[in-house]
Design a protein around this ligand. Structure first.
Ligand code: SF4
Ligand code: SF4
Length: 307
């Protein structure tokens, strides 16, 4: 026995958007085939399964029943347990996205890298609500996304696309995180900064730079390391002491000229939290927690992050 329906009718029956029904059909999660008169056909058994998943009674209407011989049989495809009955994806933050995303593509229009290697935030949201978690986690798209948030800002339905991207990143096995960012997180956890600069080397470098600055243009300048009670606690992007130490002098000069009360902690001074970028919430929290501990230890009021 076949069940005949219009998209609008089924959308109303299950309280979802018409596009949601179309997406289910297109994705094959709703095994229906197009019939005459802009109607669709599915096996009555599949309709019953759909009702079960939504916890409702089948709407038995004889006019919806069609002899399958009239239009042939549908493929034997079970309703995948991933979308129907709400979203089963581990990545989706809010199951209502399945319905609220209009597939309007406004997000894709706003995205500065839309189209790069096929990246399209609309597609990513769709795949997530369809439960295609593995495909998303294995894809390179979330790592190409700059997390600028333009898509989210443009979305008329306030879908949290950036949080979704982070979640997808976070779901990837850590040893498969591309590039050096996970290694940086591990290094930061172990040694207090992303590039593993030892404490003594950092202190030596800061004092050396301070001497140069005092000689050049800031008489009496000394590196304000671990100054208890300073107003501002300054963190450092480890790439500066590692590769571009002279760049640190620019903002030191500004503090000097402004007469600011500031300090740099000699441990856990890293200001770039790569856990944020790799989707590693636990590590991110640990690294943030260390900064908070430093603020408390030094009794500072303002935290300055370089990025
Ligand atoms: S802008 Fe929002 S509603 Fe439109 S396709 Fe993108 S995520 Fe969906
Ligand atoms: S956050 Fe990512 S997907 Fe969204 S607009 Fe920026 S780059 Fe594109």
């Amino acid at each position: 026995m076949m069940y005949e329906f219009k998209v609008s009718q089924l959308a109303e029956e299950f309280g979802v958007h018409r596009n949601t029904i179309r997406n289910w059909i297109n994705a094959g999660t709703l095994p229906a085939k197009e019939g005459p008169g802009r109607k669709y056909l599915m096996k009555f058994h599949d309709y019953q399964k759909l009702c079960e998943k939504f916890g409702r009674e089948p709407h038995v209407n004889p006019s919806n029943h069609v002899d399958p011989e009239v239009l042939g049989t549908l493929e034997e495809t079970d309703i995948a347990p991933l979308l129907i009955n709400g979203v089963k994806s581990e990545l989706v933050l809010d199951p209502s996205w399945a319905d609220s995303c209009l597939t309007c593509g406004t997000c894709a229009s706003a995205c500065p890298i839309s189209g790069v290697d096929g990246l399209d935030p609309r597609k990513i949201v769709r795949m997530a609500v369809l439960g295609l978690d593995k495909e998303l986690v294995d894809s390179t798209w979330p790592w190409k996304c700059t997390m600028c948030g333009k898509c989210e800002e443009a979305c008329p339905e306030n879908i949290q696309i950036v949080a979704l991207m982070r979640k997808i990143r976070g779901a990837r096995e850590r040893d498969k995180v591309p590039g050096p960012i996970h290694k940086g997180v591990v290094m930061c956890l172990e040694r207090g900064n992303n590039l593993g600069i030892p404490k003594d080397d950092f202190i030596f470098l800061c004092e050396d730079l301070a001497e140069e600055l005092a000689e050049d243009c800031c008489p009496g300048f000394t590196a304000p390391l671990d100054v208890h009670g300073a107003r501002v606690m300054v963190t450092v992007n480890s790439k500066e002491p590692f590769g571009e130490p002279d760049d640190m002098k620019w903002w030191w000069k500004i503090f000097y000229a402004a007469g600011e009360s500031w300090t740099i902690p000699t441990e856990n001074w890293e200001g770039v939290n790569w856990g944020l970028f790799s989707g590693d919430d636990e590590s991110m929290k640990t690294i943030v927690g260390r900064l908070v501990d430093n603020m408390r230890r030094l009794n500072c009021k303002v935290l300055l992050l370089p990025e």
